[in-house]
Write a protein that binds this ligand. Structure first.
Ligand SMILES: [Zn+2]
Length: 416
């Protein structure tokens, strides 16, 4: 790589300006962003993004699910493009950085290369994936999942929001149903910059997270059947209390996740008493469990330990517990060569860094099943995300964008 290329830095103030400029589309009073996918606010940010990409000399194409692909030509157009980007939709009470950082940093990378007159060998393609968040349409990350063939385009187009509006109707209403078939814009690999959405980098005073893996997920639906009876006249030893049973399961889940740590997590996130009443011992409780680990063996251990604990509690309390595994998503292993490229870029730029597992799902995780993919994390304040208070520093955003740029340069190739 030439000296000019190896010393290159993105324009921190310009990136920071773009993040705050786009935060006006769906701005909330508390300083966050509400930009549900394919909403009027999403159209505003998409139109802004398309114009900015075209001003940077990129050719923008939109696929049948509304994902936007902005191509910067390379010297060798027979090579598939190096993909970079993230998403511009947010949670109903989201922040300014989740997804936005990775998408706008990708644009900042291109602007910096343009200003420096640097051509890459392989083309570069910025992607804004439709509906990463999944808060209006399920599933989350649906466009990248369809891109790798996990769903058909028609299946996704027919998904409805809570008002009965389909993805197809929502795309048409903001004029973002593109004519490029899903998957037609080939990518040789994909690199996504994102805020960590967790507390580890901040706690360890590290600037960059080199993401080498993503958590696998186990989702269970559970139901406990005990016996409803009078809260006043049923002696304690004779009760078959479904809620007390759930309480033991919740604590068992916590113990099992800690035992299988440091990175395993387990959560009982929903609990519904069938017929709640102040003076009735709960006879039926439905609940959900979410368990995660980046290691397949530990996922098996979590499953085995949870089932054993539930069986023991069930027998001792003389209740019936049904525990159905409804979803198992294997852990993500990011591409070793790409992970090394991210680590090398962080090291060469002099940023403190560590390898890290992504606790959340990302479009890059979906893509990693079909093409080499990797991610770059930067810290966010107090690890808070999916919240209007979500925050990150200008310096960390710039550091992440610089790592993204030098990773992309290494992958796309720069003639010296
Ligand atoms: Zn995100």
């Amino acid at each position: 790589m030439s000296r000019a290329a190896s010393n290159l830095q993105i324009d921190s103030a310009r990136l920071w300006g773009m993040i705050h400029e786009t935060a006006q589309f769906g701005a909330t009073p508390k300083g966050g962003v509400r930009r549900l996918t394919l909403s009027a606010e999403d159209k505003q940010v998409r139109d802004w993004f398309r114009k900015a990409c075209e001003a940077a000399g990129l050719e923008v194409r939109v696929d049948a699910l509304g994902s936007m692909f902005a191509l910067r030509k390379g010297r060798d157009m027979t090579r598939p493009p190096v993909g970079l980007g993230s998403h511009l939709d947010t949670q109903p009470t989201g922040g300014k950085f989740d997804g936005v950082l990775g998408t706008l940093a990708a644009l900042e990378v291109v602007r910096t290369l343009n200003d420096a007159g640097i051509e890459t060998d392989a083309p570069i393609c910025i992607v804004n994936w439709t509906n990463e968040e999944g808060s209006r349409f399920a599933p989350a990350m649906m466009a990248s999942a369809a891109y790798v063939g996990d769903f058909t385009t028609d299946d996704i187009l027919s998904r409805k929001d809570s008002q009965g509006v389909t993805v197809a109707e929502a795309l048409d209403s903001i004029d973002y149903r593109g004519d490029a078939p899903v998957g037609s814009q080939k990518l040789g690999c994909f690199v996504e910059l994102h805020i960590e959405q967790g507390p580890i980098l901040e706690a360890e005073h590290k600037t960059v997270g080199v993401v080498d893996s993503g958590q696998g997920v186990l989702w269970y639906d559970g139901k406990i059947t005990g016996f409803e009876s009078h809260a006043g006249s049923t002696p304690m030893p004779l009760r078959r209390d479904a809620l007390a049973t759930l309480s033991e399961i919740v604590l068992a889940m916590e113990r099992i996740a800690k035992k299988n740590g440091p990175n395993a997590v387990g959560t009982v996130g929903e609990a519904v008493i069938a017929k709640p009443s102040r003076n009735v011992i709960p006879g039926e409780v439905a609940f959900t469990v979410d368990c995660r680990s980046a290691d397949d063996g530990i996922m098996n251990a979590l499953d085995g330990d949870l089932r054993a604990a539930v069986a023991e509690i069930e027998a001792r309390r003389k209740v019936e517990v049904k525990l159905d595994l409804i979803w198992r998503k294997p852990p993500t292993r990011f591409d070793a060569k790409l992970v090394d490229a991210v680590e090398n870029a962080a090291g060469a730029l002099g940023y403190s860094h560590r390898r890290i597992t992504s606790g959340a799902g990302h479009d890059a995780c979906n893509l990693s099943t079909k093409i080499p993919a990797a991610m770059v994390f930067i810290p966010c304040k107090d690890g808070v995300s999916h919240n209007e208070l979500e925050d990150a520093t200008q310096a960390d955003c710039a550091a992440g964008a610089n790592v993204l740029m030098h990773t992309v340069l290494a992958l796309a190739g720069v003639a010296s």
